[in-house]
Design a protein around this ligand. Structure first.
Ligand code: NAD
Length: 502
């Protein structure tokens, strides 16, 4: 590997750290060229980050919450001023098109904005006179050092789901972002220092399993937030719980969109195009499966999708004309193509084959055109597994109940949606479906920053969802205090019965 490539290092104790050691290349997926290398932290480096966060904790915990929150107000302004620069970093390493990258940055900013007024949520509860002359209250106390481990597909936004709320709650933090597209995450961490976070409050270590395992097994880490694939989420949850940490681990997905016979098909098709192929299908809330109720509905949806796919522009994310960029890495590109082959072998009907797509001047980029399968069956691998690419499958069913049973039987339960004009069907669906985030004529029902985000079943391990009000519950422990000041000089006898108000 060329040692002359620019290096993406760590950020520990308020300093950029570029110690030599293991590293790997960071590729531009539109060109297939390695443009940077990222350091992979060893145990000692991660321990230095934890030590810095532990040292910073007492003073930061005792800093008035409003002062902690004010850093987020400043960070919001800095993020807005640098939004295009961050979006360009996302396009260069993840591959997503500029408009999509700007959307990611904006969603991240909204989490910082929410954290800037989280003092409102830290107020606790107070009750006067719960007994004679006795007052009681509960307060939210910081946990200590928290850790975040994040995926490649939202390298700017997902870390902002975590650490802004954690630090406003009084914790300090060690972040381990994805090693595949690390630049935007490091840059935002540096901006947070510029906004006024003291050294050690937020540390970043780049790395792989070695770094993650060090975080999981270090007793100084009190809580771990994870977002990534289900096998790793399950591992993080099990290992973290073993060592007594609080863990929330968000995993993978296979989100189904139900299209009812009465739906506005043209609008449903437009919505499905963005939800299936936006960001090359590399979103945990993407729609990779359409469940069409009735053959006529399926025929209309497939015909509409075919027409719209023909108009799609695939190419580098730097060109604003393009709708879809490349997949993130060569191995992922090969894996997604393998799923398309698998679907054909299993007997699904490949209506649109994106494997032949060529982008002039970007012959080594990881471009795959939109793929569309019809007649996908629940037993097929392409139905069961998360593909995380621009591959949409249509399953044909006869009734809404049949569609809902498919969804409920699937191992994942992150998001789903229904396209219909029937309020009764929509209400039944939202009420009964076993999925954490549900849309009605909304294909990507990603909750806004002041609601929390989380799936059900094997899409989330743990109790509390990410960001929003749940973040305060996750990043604090509640303490209940009961207080009485007896009047001076009043002699009180011992009471042996259990205290009650009777
Ligand atoms: P991933 O699971 O491969 O990696 C996530 C993080 O775990 C990275 O920081 C990585 O370095 C680390 N990691 C990877 N292998 C590890 C191992 N063996 N031991 C310890 N740590 C390890 O996920 P990804 O490919 O970066 O991201 C895509 C996945 O994330 C998809 O499955 C997607 O659905 C999911 N995702 C879920 C949500 C959600 O909110 N539920 C959001 C975004 C992405």
């Amino acid at each position: 590997m060329s040692q002359t490539l620019p290096t993406v290092g760590h950020f520990i104790d308020g300093q950029n750290v570029t110690l030599e050691g293991r590293s790997q290349e960071v590729w531009n997926p539109a060109t297939g060229v390695a443009e940077k290398r990222v350091l992979l932290a060893d145990k000692k480096t991660v321990e230095a980050a934890i030590a810095s966060a532990e040292k910073a904790f007492p003073a930061w915990r005792d800093t008035p919450p409003l002062k902690r929150a004010r850093v987020m107000s400043k960070l919001k302004v800095l993020l807005e001023a640098n939004a295009e620069k961050i979006a360009a970093m996302l396009t260069a390493e993840h591959g997503k098109v500029q408009g999509d990258a700007m959307g990611e940055v904006q969603r991240g900013i909204e989490n910082v904005e929410y954290a800037s007024y989280a003092t409102e949520l830290l107020k606790g509860e107070h009750s006067r006179n719960v007994g004679p002359g006795i007052d009681a209250w509960t307060e939210h106390q910081a946990l200590g050092v928290c850790a975040g481990i994040t995926p490649f597909n939202f390298p700017a936004m997902v870390p902002l789901w975590m650490w802004p709320m954690a630090v406003v709650c009084g914790n300090t933090f060690v972040l381990k972002p994805s090693e595949r597209d690390p630049s935007s995450t490091l840059f935002i961490t540096q901006l947070a220092m510029e906004a006024g976070l003291p050294p050690g409050v937020l540390n970043l270590v780049n790395g792989d399993k070695e770094a993650v395992d060090t975080l999981l097994h270090d007793a100084r880490i009190k809580a771990v937030s994870f977002v990534g694939s289900t096998p790793i989420a399950e591992y993080i949850y099990a290992e973290g719980c073993k060592t007594g940490k609080r863990v929330q681990a968000l995993g993978g997905a296979k989100n189904h969109a139900v299209v009812m016979p009465d739906a506005d098909i043209d609008n449903a098709v437009s919505a499905l195009m963005g939800a299936a192929y936006g960001s090359c299908g590399e979103r945990c809330m993407a729609i990779p499966i359409v469940v069409a109720v009735g053959d006529a509905t399926a025929d209309a949806v497939v015909a509409g999708l075919k027409t719209e796919i023909a108009k799609m522009k695939v190419g580098p994310g730097t060109d604003a004309k393009n709708d879809m960029g490349p997949l993130v890495t060569k191995p992922h590109f090969e894996k997604v193509k393998g799923y398309v082959e698998q679907g054909v072998k299993e007997g699904a009907q490949l209506v649109v084959d994106g494997r032949g797509v060529k982008v002039a001047g970007h012959e080594n980029g990881y471009f795959l055109g939109a793929c569309l399968f019809d007649h996908v069956k629940p037993g097929m691998v392409v139905y069961k597994e998360e593909i995380f690419g621009p591959v949409l499958g249509v399953v044909r069913v006869k009734t809404l109940e049949e569609a809902m049973k498919l969804i409920d039987d699937h191992e994942y339960g992150n998001g789903t949606c229904i396209f219909t004009r029937d309020g009764e069907a929509a209400r039944y669906f939202t009420d009964k479906i076993q999925v954490g985030m549900v849309g009605v004529n909304v294909p990507l029902p990603v909750p806004v920053a002041y609601h929390s985000f989380g799936g059900w079943k094997r899409s989330l391990f743990g109790d509390l969802h990410a960001y929003g009000p749940d973040a305060v519950r996750f990043y604090t422990k509640r303490k209940a205090i009961t207080q009485r000041w007896p009047s001076a000089g009043v002699r009180e006898g011992a009471v042996f019965s259990f205290p009650s108000t009777k």
